[in-house]
Design a protein around this ligand. Structure first.
Ligand code: ADP
Ligand code: ZN
Ligand code: ZN
Length: 724
């Protein structure tokens, strides 16, 4: 018997050793089933014959070795172990969470061999006239007459429903195939004629083939970043190397997919949270076997195994959703850079509004900076016009001048986009007699009035309740909506423009499966239209028919205590504005505000994001905030506010004498109460990353044993993005 060390998905920061027969000893990265207390757990073999171990007679024996070959190849093992270390998260949980659910449950990979499809004897003998009424079925039948198709190739062109119909008619059958690497194309579809700046970017990136290099493309909205990605990808797939493209939002994957598929006749797969478990496993296998040429995915695509990864692209690298919020709070951009280093491949970060972190790295020559300062179409990036709302009569929150512009564009058959970052009908219901407001009883926040679903919903904890008939304070029945959300704006716009089609794009309107895609289809069809939406509108969408963007209200975001708030607002405004004039016309942006003289607005309007970012970086330098110092954040939540404060005080007490480490707190979090729990935080700053790292390591060893630690729900967030 020999000893193996197994990483188990338990929140305990300790290793677990087991015995296994030397003859069948599994390799590092294989799954094993082991006894753990009274349970059985699936873990990952982490070391074979570790240097030191517990006494052999105390060790239990492995129950089952699940994999003959590692499911986690060495590259992933090193990435994940780096991540566990860096984010101070238990290794076993990090390793297991990187696996698709079916593998976590212990399913056998061999049982999920991909399928290919061919015509049955009946299918081969079919007279095509019999399918003339079913065009799609006919097309699939014809495609299969040419050659068999693997499942992923087939589903790129045809829906599963069509396939199932032919299977039901016994015209088509499946058979398992061993996945093999995709075949490199012999020639590539020609791309667009590149602008000189685009050409420089493509050349620079392609010259880095085969070695680790970091690029930041700072390209204004519509500068043709996607075209640059496509032409780079072409150079990699032609030598049979795979490419990983990470996008921030699931809504962007189908759009990006369509654009990529139009360019390459290659297996391109999507990875995102809406996939079923078996779709995920399929994608995992296609990546691991090299069958997939390109994978477009949201942040966790970073943990897919690749047979031959040649290039990583992170689109919209500034986007906050690249950072996981709960639990293992990794940043996909930062880990992707680590992955590129391990894989010895280049990585490209792209954005019109790069994060200050990435600009800082570009200034320090850690990243190679590639600029695309102009739109590829020749039109200018739209200018902002400030609309001063002071002393104006507003109609449904819109100034006369805004309405005049909207009318004009609609009469020209153009689309107008209205941005309002509040979903629902109104941010609260209010009593006209006494001013009482509907509040969430579990959070320090108001509840949003949703008229369509007839509910008050808390956007922080998700709790919903029926609309009250009476004021909770004085009993009056005079309850009215206070303020305007997208649902109300849509309704009001319909009153103002009864003949114009309106599309609303927010989390509520896109909840139903397929709703987002059908909204995007509407927007991409020509003709006058109003588009109302939240920050969802800012997420890299290509809306060719929008000529005017109206930013209805951002005043609430101008005064925030979070040091990242100005950066985030500047990004949001620039991205939303960037949706205008992307097709064949010059765009225009109206920004309504009560604070036209506000510094940030003036900066963005007169100097643009790039200049704003440089001055914001200077300010971060003066105040010694990230990226000039490193930051780690402890959050504590409990029903008892004092427990949080006490616990964080104890944590602070352990490290407040550490040289070169500054503490801020404990302080109550900006949202002091959420879902019934009080929330506090402690911030750790240091100019030296290893000082924070060492402090955290010793802290975690120490406080896990405190009785108070069990009374609070705590989280450690390394490089936090959201301080709420
Ligand atoms: P970004 O990703 O930077 O927002 P896109 O790649 O979506 O920009 O390009 C914006 C528009 O410009 C698209 O309609 C695209 O087809 C067009 N475009 C991009 N590159 C070129 C080029 N070199 N010549 C002409 N049009 C281009
Ligand atoms: Zn009242
Ligand atoms: Zn709530």
């Amino acid at each position: 018997m020999i000893v193996i060390r197994v990483a188990l998905p338990v929140p305990i920061r300790q290793h677990f050793d087991y015995l296994v027969s030397e003859l069948t000893a599994p390799a590092v990265g294989c799954r094993v089933l082991v006894p753990f207390g009274s349970r059985k757990l699936i873990g990952i073999v982490w070391q074979v014959s570790p240097d030191s171990s517990f006494a052999l007679d105390k060790l239990k024996t492995v129950i089952e070795i699940i994999d003959p070959q590692p499911v986690l190849p060495p590259i992933l093992c090193s990435l994940l172990s780096f991540a566990a270390d860096y984010y101070h998260y238990p290794l076993g949980e990090v390793l297991i969470s990187a696996l698709p659910a079916l593998l976590r449950e212990g399913r056998n990979l061999a049982d999920y061999q991909p399928l290919a499809y061919r015509l049955t004897e009946k299918g081969k003998a079919l007279d095509s006239n019999q399918l003339r009424r079913a065009k799609q079925q006919l097309a699939l039948w014809q495609a299969l007459e040419q050659s068999d198709l693997t499942e992923s190739m087939l589903l790129q062109q045809f829906s599963r429903a069509i396939l199932n119909q032919l299977i039901k008619k016994e015209l088509v059958e499946s058979y398992p195939v061993a996945p093999s690497p995709f075949v490199a194309p012999t020639r590539l579809a020609a791309g667009l004629q590149l602008t000189p700046n685009q050409a420089l970017a493509v050349t620079a990136i392609n010259q880095a083939k085969g070695r680790f290099e970091r690029f930041l493309i700072e390209g204004v909205t519509g500068s043709g970043k996607t075209e640059v990605y496509l032409q780079c990808i072409a150079q990699y797939v032609i030598t049979q190397q795979q490419v990983l493209v990470i996008v921030p939002e699931i809504g962007l994957t189908p759009q990006t997919l369509a654009r990529f598929q139009a360019r390459f006749e290659l297996p391109i797969l999507c990875w995102h949270s809406a996939l079923t478990d078996s779709e995920r496993l399929h994608c995992w296998q296609q990546a691991a076997t090299g069958a997939a040429a390109v994978i477009i995915g949201t942040r966790s695509a970073l943990f897919l195994p690749f047979k031959q990864l040649g290039l990583i692209i992170i689109d919209e690298e500034h986007d906050q959703s690249l950072k996981q919020q709960d639990g293992f709070s990794y940043h996909a951009r930062d880990l992707a850079i680590k992955r590129a280093a391990i894989e010895h491949c280049p990585i490209v970060l792209g954005s019109a509004t790069p994060s200050l972190e990435s600009l800082y790295n570009a200034d320090n020559k850690r990243f190679i900076h590639l600029a695309l300062p102009d739109r590829a179409t020749g039109y200018k990036v739209p200018d902002f016009t400030l609309v001063d709302l002071k002393q104006q009569v507003l109609q449904f929150g819109l100034a006369d001048i805004s309405l005049a512009h909207i009318r004009k564009q609609l009469s020209l058959g153009q689309q107008v986009m209205l941005f309002l970052n509040r979903r629902g009908f109104a941010p609260a219901l209010s009593c006209q007699e006494c001013g009482w407001l509907t509040e969430c009883h579990r959070c320090s926040a108001f509840t949003t009035y949703h008229k369509q679903s007839r509910q008050l919903i808390c956007h922080h904890c998700g709790a919903s309740k029926a609309i009250p008939r009476q004021c909770g304070d004085c009993g009056s029945t005079q309850l009215v909506p206070l303020g305007q959300g997208t649902e109300q704006l849509e309704q009001n716009l319909q009153t103002l423009f009864p003949d114009t089609a309106i599309t609303r794009l927010d989390r509520d309107s896109t909840r139903r499966k397929g709703a987002l895609n059908s909204a995007l289809d509407d927007i991409n069809s020509p003709g006058a239209r109003l588009i109302v939406g939240t920050q969802m509108l800012a997420k890299g969408h290509h809306f060719p028919n929008v000529s005017l963007v109206v930013i209805v209200d951002v005043d609430g975001a101008l005064y925030s205590s979070d040091f990242r708030a100005p950066e985030q607002l500047a990004q949001l405004l620039t991205q939303v504005a960037g949706r205008a004039g992307r097709g064949g016309s010059q765009g225009r942006v109206l920004l309504q505000t009560h604070y036209p003289e506000h510094n940030l607005l003036q900066d963005i309007i007169h100097n643009g994001y790039a200049a704003f970012a440089r001055s914001a970086l200077l300010e971060r330098k003066h105040t010694q905030l990230p990226p000039y110092q490193y930051l780690a954040l402890f959050r504590a939540e409990a029903h008892n506010s004092e427990h949080c404060q006490q616990w964080l005080n104890q944590v602070a007490g352990l490290i407040n004498k550490t040289p070169q480490l500054q503490l801020l707190g404990p302080i109550p979090s900006p949202l002091e109460r959420r879902a019934g729990k009080y929330r506090w935080q402690l911030q750790l700053y240091s100019a030296n990353r290893s000082i924070i790292h060492t402090a955290l390591t010793s802290l975690l060893n120490e406080f896990m044993a405190w009785p108070l630690t069990r009374k609070v729900k705590w989280q450690l967030d390394v490089d936090p993005i959201d301080l709420s």
